[in-house]
Design a protein around this ligand. Sequence first.
Ligand SMILES: *Cc1c(COP(=O)(O)O)cnc(C)c1O
Length: 388
Amino acid sequence: MHPDSLVIFGDRKAKTENSVSPPIYQTSGFYANTPEEFLEMSSQARHDRFYTRAGNPTHTCAETILAELEGAEAALLTASGMAAITSSVLAHVKTGDHVIGQKWHYPGTTNLLKIFLPLFGVETTLLDTTDIQQIENAIRPNTRVIMLESPANPMMQISDLKAISKLAQSKKITTIADNTLASSINQKPLDLGIDITVYSATKYLSGHSDLILGAAVSTKITIEKIWKTNMVLGACLNALDSWILLRGMRTYPLRVRQQNHNAISIAQFLEKHPKIKKVYYPGLPSHPQHKLAKSQMSGFGCLVSFELKTEVPQQIEKFFSSLRFPLRAPSLGSVDSLIVQPAVQWSKVGGEDADLGIPRGLIRFSCGIENEQDLIEDFDHALRQISG
Ligand SMILES: *Cc1c(COP(=O)(O)O)cnc(C)c1O
């Protein structure tokens, strides 16, 4: 079924009492009628009608759609994108193991790999995953997980998901791809051989800047493992969150399509503009990995990074404050356009920008679903306010 139809039809089985909108099970638990039934409900297998930390039918409804969007067997909703990442990694490592990750992960993932895992005797190597030779050289007999993120944030590096998963499979290493920036509409890592996709569902999937939650998608056996870890961490959500997510997901493919469309138009507009130094967008032929991006993505997403020719802070500020649409806010993939200057604004979040080669003047724009022409005019106007 096409994603457009799946997000509408996918909740059909969950509808009860002839309600057109799926019901919400806003309950912390479910009761048994007999002692035998109670025993069955509390069994160790994954289930959604016992205690909501373990599952809830409203979660199941959204998880079914999430899995089907990727042609996968199963999905797990978690309290945040970081919960999905942490539980997926922890479910696959123990003391003495080794994990390979990227130099430029989402800052929370960098903290998990660089600071937290070593506390528990798990070694990590963070490298340039656009260079498969570096990965091959870093693999050790105890390497258990390769963590990837393509495109990466905010410089838009692309990693070859197919080649890396092939290499990992030959060494029995589990691959996890954070597919948040691409979205499951634009990129299907599982089809390229990746074992687990993880998401900050806070972004495109909910899409309205009103939720924090995450998801992992994989085989039934793998999701069961991640589920057990996530239950111990307690990184579960309430039924209301997945019900609001279900509403967001009904327009997920539509929104992503509009965002792809807006982003490429803005990227093309900026690339031609005399006050712009450089644009970083995988959908532009000028992106150094455009061919690879085209081979593994069907759309290029909402994030456009760029540098102005001027690096004078007052000029950059003038540009920001002259924009009407984008809000100066973190996050991405929302219906609203959002804008940040990562090297300046993320340094307080613990980013090590110097290492990561993020230019100081880099601006990261997350396209909303506003009208394309309005957005271009907004940028044009703001660029006219600054000098060369
Ligand atoms: C936002 C984000 C996360 C973290 O997700 P939360 O929902 O905020 O926990 C992880 N990875 C990427 C790429 C993100 O953009």
